[in-house]
Design a protein around this ligand. Structure first.
Ligand code: MN
Length: 274
């Protein structure tokens, strides 16, 4: 398959995404197969799920993102292969380019394929089973094409039941909004921060101001979410003022229909019943 489609879609004079070659691995010495999940605030928020095999990253766009809850069957749209270097990419894809918007590495690590066939053959056969060794994602996962679907690229990703499975698991985004059009106005990032570029230099890691702002907003979002959870029982005390960030957080919650939303509703209901 190669990277022809990947390259055709992108203008590397414009975007900082890696041009890449088949089989150029950043971890050549490692025999472990890498995986990465990237939070991508494009026209629609989605999480790109990528598995290294055959010198490329086989890729699926997962609108709701992966879940550690085996009950969550996530739609995963198969997309074009990406170069291995893409696993280290995060930053801003500039406006007007394919996939424009913020990209952040949400989780990464390595995976071990299960089953007798090679991962390539499993994907060819439209069903792959593997164990993830990430920071957030751990344990056995299944990914297979939806048979009978008219959409030939529609696959399903879900957690298998094992000791890592978590029925209360909640998606936590890194950036506090959904699609790129919902990005809060103060959070402009003109410069691109690419992690693998930093790794090449021996300079200490410094982030451009804009990224700092995004990180701060993300922290604020997390704090706000935590506070919300604590104060749901006494929701009357909350002010009606809605800052752009809060609005973005709300929009984001609507957009992703995160379990956090349903969970806090549940908690609220429980608090009322008490
Ligand atoms: Mn994407």
């Amino acid at each position: 398959m190669g990277l022809r489609e990947y390259k055709k879609k992108r203008d590397f004079k414009e975007t900082a995404e890696p041009e890449g070659k088949v089989g150029t691995s950043r971890s050549k010495k490692s025999k472990k197969l890498s995986f990465v999940v990237q939070e991508h605030h494009a026209t629609q928020l989605h999480f790109d799920f990528r598995l290294e095999m055959g010198g490329v990253l086989k890729s699926w766009a997962v609108p709701k993102g992966p879940s550690m809850n085996p009950s969550d069957k996530r739609l995963a749209m198969k997309v074009e292969d990406h170069p291995l270097d893409y696993g280290g990419f995060q930053g801003t894809i500039p406006e007007g380019n394919y996939g424009a918007g913020e990209v952040r590495i949400w989780d990464k690590g390595y995976y071990t394929p299960l089953g007798e066939d090679s991962p390539e053959k499993q994907v060819k056969n439209e069903k792959i089973i593997f164990t993830l060794h990430g920071k957030k994602l751990k344990g056995e996962f299944h990914l297979f094409r939806m048979k009978g679907s008219r959409e030939e690229n529609a696959w399903l990703l879900f957690k298998a039941k094992d000791t890592y499975a978590d029925p209360d698991w909640e998606m936590e985004q890194l950036l506090p909004y959904g699609s790129r059009s919902e990005k809060p106005k103060g959070l402009t990032s003109k410069r691109v921060w690419v992690s693998n570029r930093e790794e090449k230099s021996s300079k200490p890691k410094t982030r451009p101001n804009a990224t700092k702002k995004l990180v701060a907003a993300s922290k604020a979002h997390k704090a706000a979410t935590a506070k919300k959870k604590r104060t749901t029982a006494s929701s009357k005390t909350r002010t009606k003022k809605t800052s752009p960030l809060k609005a973005a957080v709300k929009a984001s919650a609507r957009n992703t229909k995160t379990r956090a939303t349903t969970s806090s509703v549940r908690k609220r209901a429980t608090a009322k019943n008490k």
